[in-house]
Design a protein around this ligand. Sequence first.
Ligand code: SF4
Length: 318
Amino acid sequence: MDRPGRLYWWGVTMLEEYELAPTCELWFTGCSLRCRFCTVPEAVERPTQGTWMPPEALVAAITAPTVPPFRAVSMVGGDPTVHRPYLDRLVPLLRRALPDTALALNTNLFLPPGLAACDARTYDWIVGDVHFWAEGCAARIAGVAGYPAAAVAAAEAVVAAGGRLVLRVLVLPGHHACCAAPTVAWAADLARRAEGRVLVHLMTHYAPAGRARGDAELGRWLSAEEQERARGLLPAGCPAPAPGPLPGVGPRSERAVDPPASVEIGADGSVLLPFVTGALLPLAVSLRPELAPRLALLDDPAPTVSARPATPAPASRR
Ligand code: SF4
């Protein structure tokens, strides 16, 4: 990192879990892993790209009246923990400017337990990915040694420190027995022990992106059978997420503007939306009409009717 705090995109999206969406996402460059399936490889591998703003200017930008309403601010990446000196300056400013807004740290959990515990006390939510359970899979796909044990220890440290954790388990094609099954078994046990402070998000929507397109191992979607088998890992009686009573986020102002966001179209015709802004919701629903009822979970449905057409993102902003 030449300068901690570089962002390659920021804006309000619907991407995060129900408890956090809509979220103002701050996407930082750089990462401590090099996953072959990463959706943002150029931002991860070239951390000097992107823009840098003083933390005060960034807080002023995201609290401007032209920004659509949001429920939380999420530090995303890459892995934002490689920007610790910048985050240490940014978070107190966000707390002062947005005292009622949840702050979330989205991380791959490749952290020493002490830092993970510190983060658990700093943020309202830790959104942590456990990408691999098998050491060999992490080494082969993400070029990293010691990741699975470190991620598990970090998640346990978050819980022990009293933090709230969204634990994401991305199911990779062909990694049911080696990674998905043991990760879900451990995650379910952690959730039980944490008594409501851990939400497990089993992600069965893997799509090949970035360097995974055309990859012999990772260049395919999960089959319907693989998705079903992954869902079968959830403990019996595991409840489906129910929309709980959440504070509203307020109406979308006429002045609200969604930032440009890219739409990626693969050679096979698949469409990937790395940043689902309000402007892209109508597109998402037209492509996948079955998503429409889920959007009703959002307190403010205005983006689906007042969205502006999306403009392609400049290449430098992906
Ligand atoms: S941890 Fe996430 S951001 Fe980092 S390389 Fe892997 S997929 Fe990309």
